[in-house]
Write a protein that binds this ligand. Structure first.
Ligand SMILES: *[C@@H]1O[C@H](CO)[C@@H](O)[C@H](O)[C@H]1NC(C)=O
Ligand SMILES: *[C@@H]1O[C@H](CO)[C@@H](O)[C@H](O)[C@H]1NC(C)=O
Length: 354
């Protein structure tokens, strides 16, 4: 029976098991009420069964493969703990809510260990917002979303090779390439992971956004099609690396700790932002505007592609790289407040220029 649990469930199987489950649980429920002796089936069992079923669909959805029965029950316990954490959080009427995602069978410690300290925050300041950008969006707007202009590439999933500094910088370059009048092209993150070592980056073990910009100024970037993602660091494929399509001329920092400054640059081009994301907040984020559960110890990076000042609370729209099943189709909204900003989002924003 145990082996069946860890196998990828097909649709029919799932349907059948849901029907069977519903039938059995209604029977249990009935039995609970008709039985004169309640010691066997209690509402606690009912709740447990529901969560077990939820855990099974989680396993099949995210292709989790637990090797032993111990592992299965260990993960189930964590999953159920997280479920109740999520339920309690969601009952508090926050500006955002949590839900099940690929991280729901991990403890905080495991999630932190897997993701933390992979990004070295770039030195500040490099230059200011006076840099001339190709998109003359000079009049301030109440809201903006670069997806509607067709200048944001698809959401990627870092999987086991964490390199948020590479994803956000390459995404920023792809967007700026489009904003400054070219087609939207998915540029190669793998090239940066494999080939930018001499610029101070360290593949799946860490790097900086600034180092990617420096690499893209000197080498240019090729496309994802030419130099595809492998999910791990490899030897630099120099022939492919030379098929350059996008070379930036420089990069700049946005005035730190200033929401107005960041909004006005987002209006010109998507901006790489560093945030504190490796905690219970982002791990469980499902939707809404994040306004709590994070500090300013920058440990992650995303791409700010828009904002909305008419919402309460106002927010930035950010593209993450945990796949499109995480958050709002791969995106997260972060509330706009003065100073360092929510999760430190205004502390260290930067962008490339063609
Ligand atoms: C999920 O459950 C585990 C195990 O109890 C716990 O360590 C972790 O903090 C929980 N995560 C959240 C976000 O509550
Ligand atoms: C914030 O940035 C805006 C726009 O660039 C600027 O007008 C304003 O003076 C800045 N505020 C502070 C406190 O530096």
């Amino acid at each position: 029976m145990f082996e069946g649990l860890s196998q990828r469930t097909n649709k029919n199987h799932l349907k059948n098991s849901i029907i069977t489950f519903l039938a059995i649980s209604s029977l249990c429920f009935l039995a609970y009420f008709v039985s004169s002796d309640n010691s066997f089936k209690t509402p606690v069992d009912f709740q447990y069964n529901l969560e077990l079923e939820e855990f099974r669909s989680f396993i099949s959805k995210y292709s989790k493969d637990y090797k032993t029965e111990e592992e299965f029950y260990h993960r189930l316990r964590i999953f159920r703990d997280n479920l109740s954490y999520i339920r309690v959080f969601n009952s508090q009427g926050q500006t955002w809510y949590m839900g099940i995602n690929q991280f729901s069978d991990l403890t905080h410690e495991e999630f932190n260990l897997a993701h933390k300290n992979k990004i070295i925050v770039p030195e500040l300041p490099i230059s200011d917002t006076t840099e001339k950008l190709a998109h003359p969006n000079l009049k301030m707007k109440r809201k903006w979303d670069w997806r509607q202009e067709g200048c944001v590439t698809q959401v990627l999933n870092e999987g086991n090779c964490d390199a948020p500094w590479a994803y956000t910088a390459v995404d920023a370059i792809a967007s700026q390439y489009c904003v400054s009048g070219h087609n939207l092209v998915q540029l190669s993150v793998q090239e940066v992971i494999d080939c930018s070592g001499s610029y101070g980056n360290n593949g799946c073990n860490g790097g900086t956004i600034t180092n990617v910009y420096k690499f893209a100024m000197k080498n240019g970037l090729t496309t994802e099609e030419i130099y595809p993602n492998t999910g791990k660091q490899g030897v630099c494929k120099t022939a492919k690396e030379k098929e350059t399509i996008a070379t930036i001329s420089k990069y700049a920092n946005v005035t730190p700790n200033n929401a107005t400054a960041l909004e006005s640059v987002i209006l010109q081009t998507p901006v790489s932002v560093t945030v504190e994301a490796i905690g219970a907040g982002w791990q469980n984020y499902k939707g809404g505007v994040i306004s709590s559960n994070c500090g300013t110890s920058l440990d992650w990076a995303v791409l700010a592609i828009g904002y909305n000042l008419d919402n309460s609370p106002p927010y930035y729209i950010c593209k993450n790289s945990w796949g499109d099943d995480w958050g709002e189709a791969g995106y997260v909204r972060v509330s706009i407040v003065d100073g360092a900003g929510t999760c430190g989002i205004q502390m260290s924003p930067s962008y490339p220029i063609f």
